[in-house]
Design a protein around this ligand. Structure first.
Ligand code: PLP
Length: 375
């Protein structure tokens, strides 16, 4: 039996799954600084800096830009429940797990759900989105920019143009893209954007940055009904993050320190340089996979740099192979979800972990493990 009186000792892991990714030492050190009060003037100055840095990383001047105090799923829920009122028609792109989750939230919020589906491993069909928009007045369109379950990158600009043309708001999930791929909130006309800290931002799981455009804020302010969730009601959350500093919930102070440091590191590296690093290491991984006779599920033009959906060779024992990678190399990779279970590995090259060394380590481990499985 384990001895619960012992201090925990965390094993050394290289996190190359679908998230979390490893955090840089200075992010962990920032988190270990003393906790201060969540209304302390010193802390409020750090909150303002976090908002400024988030705006820079999200490429937006949106005033309403802040981290929600919970993981990426809470960011998803925040964007949807603050915009949807009962009966609102919502067009949701579904080509993997996270589009499905958005659909579930729309129904729970009393919205009229219109699903536009695409096969897993492919991007959404733009003509199908357009015809869904033409069919009836629509409150919002929501799509996942980086579908972590399939490794597909969904281009946003055309979806944005169509949403605007039909008077709908555009909601975009950037949980697995922010900090690894270009996410240009203002230029692409995104009205509500959410992300998570544990992927390409390389900060522990626990916060979900969001940003709302003026159009989205207007929709929020002209609601006829109360936001369905108390905790995620942006009217109240903004009173704490805005000038008034009204208590809503106790901010996770040390997580905000971690995000502060994570964002500072991103801006120090430079966004363009960081995107390029993610692209380069993704290309390197593809070259290594080709040598192993393996490839990726999505077409190259739709393949994420941050999350690689690697198709498994015939006869590979997915579970045994991943277990061996973890025990022998301390290397965590992800398996497939839903219909892709047993068919793909999800290999993350996110943030701090998108390095040449990690690509080399993964391919050496994969080569050995598959060879020993006789594949
Ligand atoms: N959206 C996408 C695309 C994700 O990959 C994830 C998590 O993997 C989420 C939403 C949910 O984030 P979390 O697990 O942090 O709640």
């Amino acid at each position: 039996m384990s001895d619960s009186t012992q201090a925990i000792s965390v094993p050394d892991r290289i996190l190359m799954g679908p998230g979390p990714s490893n955090c840089p030492p200075s992010v962990l050190a920032a988190m270990a600084q003393p906790t201060v009060g969540h209304l302390d003037p010193w802390f409020i100055a750090r909150m303002n800096e976090v908002q400024d840095m988030l705006r820079a990383v999200m490429r937006t001047s949106n005033r309403l830009t802040l981290p929600i105090s919970a993981t990426g799923s809470a960011g998803m829920e925040t964007c949807l429940v603050n915009l949807i009122e009962p009966g609102d028609r919502c067009v949701i792109g579904v080509s993997g797990v996270f589009g499905q989750r958005m659909s579930d939230i729309v129904e729970r919020a009393g919205g009229e759900l219109v699903r536009v589906e695409a096969p897993w491993g492919e991007p959404l069909d733009l003509a199908a989105i357009e015809s869904a928009l033409k069919a009836a007045p629509t409150k919002l369109v929501a799509v996942v920019h980086a579908e972590t379950s399939t490794g597909v990158l969904q281009p946003i600009e055309e979806v944005s143009r169509m949403a605007r043309e039909h008077g709908a708001l555009l909601v975009v999930d950037t949980v697995t893209s922010l900090g690894g791929h270009p996410v240009l909130v203002d230029e692409w006309g995104i009205d509500a954007c959410y992300s998570g800290t544990q992927k390409c931002l390389s900060v522990p799981p626990g916060l979900s940055p969001i940003s709302f455009s003026d159009r989205a804020v207007e929709a929020l302010q002209s609601r006829k009904t109360k936001v369905q969730s108390w905790y995620l009601d942006l009217n109240m959350i903004c009173s704490y993050w805005g000038e008034d500093r009204v208590y809503h919930h106790t901010a996770p102070v040390n997580m905000i320190y971690a995000l502060h440091e994570g964002l500072r590191l991103i801006l120090e590296e430079g966004l363009e340089a960081r995107w390029e690093r993610h692209r380069r290491n993704h290309e390197l991984l593809k070259a290594h996979l080709a040598e192993l006779g393996m490839g990726l599920l999505p077409k190259p033009e739709y393949s994420l740099w941050s999350l690689n959906a690697v198709t498994l060779p015939e006869g590979a024992d997915d579970l045994a192979a991943r277990k061996r990678m973890l025990t022998t190399y301390g290397l965590e990779i992800g398996g497939g979800l839903g219909e892709l279970k047993g068919k793909i590995w999800r290999v993350g090259l996110m943030g701090h972990n998108s390095t040449e060394r990690n690509v080399t380590l993964f391919s050496a481990a994969a080569r050995e493990v598959l060879r020993d499985e006789g594949v």
